[in-house]
Write a protein that binds this ligand. Structure first.
Ligand code: GDP
Length: 457
């Protein structure tokens, strides 16, 4: 493949910058720019590095640095790879890249090195996605999921299903193609049993999607409640900083303040709101409108009530609003100010929403109560982050389609259709699985996956 080069480190001042070169001409290219103090670049073995002078290709010196050589196929891309580490200045790194490009390399596209690794069989498509996920992981859970994906946990689980499907298809096809030959007839009962098992396995994998995506991307969360119930105090408790203005005057949190907070290994993307409250105040109403708009898009709504006073008409109005079908399934009701003693009038809330907790936002331990409730709501403890987890929409769709085809095949069998009809449906299922792992993905699918990568990876 043509030799491609890019700066693999961020385009900002730092300790070092790395310029990666990959392709048949990588060694030659590096040789024109880098002069080691020891033996020539062409004589360097794989997995070795050398200290030397980085030149501009026209006799001038750009920097001194380290060259690391990887020989095909033992490199990230599977090709010859040279990595020049220079001082981490934006200008110097750009200049080294320009010198490398002038010596015969072309600029690498987004994700090009990982794409080459995939095309050279070093990684499956899902593992390549894991690489990207490791780079973008912002928290412990997202990172754990990404490492499992990179290690091939999802690939192996899907491959085991597709291998079994392939065996089934093979015996089925032999029976269909050579009915007169002495091939033991495929028992339809055995086939149905195997398909049921495969269906179950894919269902289990698919079920990891919701938790996987939540742990990876965080939960879009809205805190609602009438003024003065303790929304800002709760938000400050969760974020561990004074982000919203807390006052005793009702209605002082006017605008939506966006913030991400980490609750154990979960990220809540929080929006504080001006609360749902009937008032003639224009600024307040603007806040209310935004808050209502925001509710529809959130995955979790934390509805806060002041448990130290009996519910009033504003609380009732909020409860009615939250009982609407499209939002009622996302509500964590928080009865706050338990330190002041909650009135019995709030007992009707128990079981009314997904989960109800009683806390004091002034108490630091309440964050753990909220965390446990969120984990319960999103079934986060049911997922093994070290196992096969579906972590993006592409994987979900392919897995879902394969599962639908397997279920359709089962139905076709139950309806008494012949094996050749079942064969066609199973073939579709196999294609979806091979697309998921990248073993039989179209160029468009592959390009789409790598277009989300950064240049230099
Ligand atoms: P918001 O308008 O809903 O954002 O309410 P704030 O967070 O500004 O709180 C209103 C008042 O209630 C402040 O004086 C807080 O200190 C107080 N507050 C909030 N949570 C608690 C709690 O759990 N217990 C007690 N005693 N006071 C609280």
């Amino acid at each position: 493949m043509v030799t491609a080069a890019a700066i693999s480190t961020p385009r900002a001042a730092g300790g070092i910058a790395v310029i990666r070169i990959s392709g048949d001409g990588a060694i030659k290219c590096a040789e024109k720019v880098f002069k080691p103090y020891g033996k020539a670049v062409s004589e360097m073995e794989g997995y070795t590095c050398a200290y030397g002078i980085i030149g501009d290709g026209c006799g001038g010196k750009l920097d001194d640095g380290i060259l690391t050589v990887f020989r095909a196929p033992h490199s990230y891309t599977g090709e010859d790879v040279c990595e020049i580490s220079c001082h981490g200045g934006v200008f110097v790194a750009d200049s080294v890249l320009q010198a490398v490009l002038a010596s015969g390399a072309v600029p690498a596209q987004a994700g090009e090195f990982t794409k080459r690794a995939f095309l050279n069989g070093k990684l499956s498509l899902t593992q390549a996605e894991g690489v990207m996920d490791i780079i973008s992981a912002e928290g412990k859970a997202a990172h754990k999921c990404a490492v499992s994906l990179r290690d091939g946990k999802l690939f192996k689980s899907i491959k085991s299903v597709s291998d079994r499907l392939q065996t089934l298809l093979g015996s089925c096809a032999a029976w269909v193609d050579y009915p007169e030959e002495d091939i033991a007839e495929v028992s339809e009962a055995a086939m149905a049993a195997e398909l049921s098992e495969l269906s179950g396995e894919l269902s289990n994998i698919l079920e990891t999607y919701n938790s996987g995506i939540i742990l990876k991307n965080g939960i879009d969360t809205c805190i609602v409640g009438k003024p003065n119930v303790g929304k800002s105090t709760l938000m400050n408790l969760l974020s561990g900083c004074e982000r919203s203005i807390v006052t005793d005057i009702a209605g002082t949190t006017r605008d939506i303040v966006e913030e991400s907070v980490r609750l154990g290994d979960i990220t809540l993307r929080l929006a504080d709101t001006a609360g749902i409250h009937s008032t003639k105040d224009v600024v307040e109403n603007f806040g209310v409108r935004k808050a209502v708009e925001r509710l529809g898009g959130a995955s979790l709504i934390i509805a806060v009530f002041d448990g130290s006073c009996p519910p009033d008409t504003d609380d009732q109005r909020l409860i009615e609003l939250l009982s609407q079908a499209d939002v009622s399934e996302k509500i964590l009701a928080v009865i706050n100010k338990s330190d002041k003693g909650t009135t019995e009038d709030w007992q009707f809330m128990e079981g009314r929403f997904l989960k109800t907790v009683t806390i004091s936002a002034n108490d630091g331990n309440s964050a753990a109560i909220i965390e446990a409730a969120v984990r319960e709501i999103f079934l986060l403890d049911n997922v093994d982050l070290n196992g096969a987890v579906i972590s993006n929409e592409r994987q979900r769709v392919a897995c879902y389609n394969a599962l639908s085809e397997i279920n359709a095949a089962l139905e076709t069998l139950n309806l008494g259709y012949t094996l050749d009809a079942v064969n066609v449906v199973l073939d579709n299922a196999l294609n979806y699985l091979l697309e998921l792992t990248g073993e039989r993905a179209t160029e468009n699918v592959v390009n789409e996956v790598f277009s989300h990568f950064c240049v230099g990876k």
